[in-house]
Design a protein around this ligand. Structure first.
Ligand code: PLP
Length: 370
């Protein structure tokens, strides 16, 4: 049995460091917005090459806070891809703004810059870029469009902590970047957590204000905010894990390289764009025999999952937008063909080989009629 994700091996490797850090927090009894959060914010900003980082309660909250802080208001439109996790568009909707979907590129599964301008209207306020599966979107082209039309750019980096685009870390190129520390992420906590990254002192200040009930001075409230804080225990765990992240991302790339070298004649492997460094939150291949292949792998004990089986423009929650099949052909082809294989840094070469062999066995079977 090889699961899609397994966290126990990693925990065993760092257990002493994590437990020491957690016990320190418990003994200190300063549980909210204390020294661990401040230190983690500074370390995360520096690790990414940004000037400010603000911890918050989840990746979803990081998106909401970032969108609000760059100035997205109720009634504004935000261009976003439909091929992503619900939180990307849900964050926009939760502000009372309108997500406007734009199709993705076939290779990276990310926003297609060539399609963006046709979705811009006088109400467009921002472009929300997702670096899906750990592969950076085409930021140069997207930033150029944003500059031309005076739009803000928020990067959804939930799946891409550490990914590089022409030498820059994702989350540092737009006006703000939003990160998730959900346990399954490349940098995952022991619970929920998130972070906003920015190079703007004004956005930093606004996010800090919004995450604490719109307060700049204790018990004085300038605007409506919320309670969205990263807690000390999460920050302590994440500080330990950040020290290992570069090595873990490197291991993910080694696993991906092994999959691609062995399987490229059977499936379409995920490509890496020029100037990009992938961090393989997922190893997501394409195959025209996706459903059959997934059933076969699962039956043989190999975790294989579809991220995502139904694009956002076709979800019930967005039915009122009136989209139909055919509106975003690249996204719709992706949703029919993608399959993610087991991916985590601790996968051994023998386990990867077992996954590879199972995929090869599937292809050596006679094709089912009908
Ligand atoms: C692309 C994307 N955006 C946003 C999120 C939201 O993050 P969280 O679960 O921490 O709220 C996730 C992950 O869950 C994600 O994959």
């Amino acid at each position: 049995m090889i699961p899609i994700l397994e966290l126990k091996t990693q925990y065993a490797e760092i257990r002493e460091e994590v437990e020491r850090a957690v016990c320190d927090v418990m003994a200190r009894t300063h549980y909210i917005l204390g020294p661990e959060v401040t230190a983690f914010e500074n370390e995360f900003a520096e690790w990414n090459g940004a000037s400010h980082a603000i911890g918050c309660a989840s990746g979803t909250d990081a998106l909401v806070l970032a969108l609000k802080a760059v100035g997205v208001k109720p009634g504004d439109e935000v261009i976003a891809p439909p091929f992503t996790f619900m939180a990307t568009a849900g964050a926009v909707s939760s502000i009372g703004a309108q997500p406007v979907f734009c199709d993705v590129e076939a290779g990276s599964f990310n926003l297609d810059p060539a399609q963006i301008e046709k979705h811009i209207t006088p109400r467009t306020k921002a472009i929300e870029v997702v670096h899906l599966y750990g592969h950076p979107a085409d930021m140069n082209a997207i930033l150029e469009i944003a500059r031309k039309h005076n739009l803000k750019v928020v990067e959804d980096c939930a799946q891409a902590t550490g990914a590089l685009y022409h030498g820059k870390k994702v989350g540092t190129m737009g006006d703000a970047g939003a990160f998730s520390f959900f346990p399954s992420k490349n940098l995952g906590g022991a619970g929920d957590g998130g972070m906003v990254l920015t190079n703007s002192i004004d956005i930093d200040e606004r996010v800090r204000c919004l995450r604490g009930h719109g307060s700049r001075r204790k018990y004085f409230h300038d605007e409506l905010g919320t309670n969205s804080r990263l807690d000390e225990l999460q920050a302590a765990v994440l500080r330990v894990k950040l020290r290992h992240l570069e090595r873990w991302n490197e291991k993910r790339r080694a696993v991906a390289a092994q999959y691609t070298a062995a399987l490229q004649n059977f499936i379409t492997p995920p490509p890496t764009g020029a100037g990009c460094q992938h961090v393989y939150h997922q190893y997501t291949l394409r195959t025209s025999r996706r459903d059959e292949m997934m059933a076969y792998l699962n039956e043989k004990g190999v975790g294989a999952i579809i991220y995502y089986p139904l694009a956002l423009h076709l979800q019930q929650v967005y039915a009122s937008m009136g989209h139909k099949l055919g509106d975003f052909p690249v996204t719709e082809k992706a949703q029919a063909e993608v399959l993610s294989l087991p991916m985590f840094p601790e996968l051994t070469s023998a386990q990867v080989e077992q996954v590879v062999q199972t995929v090869k066995d599937f292809h050596s079977q006679p094709v089912q009629a009908g």
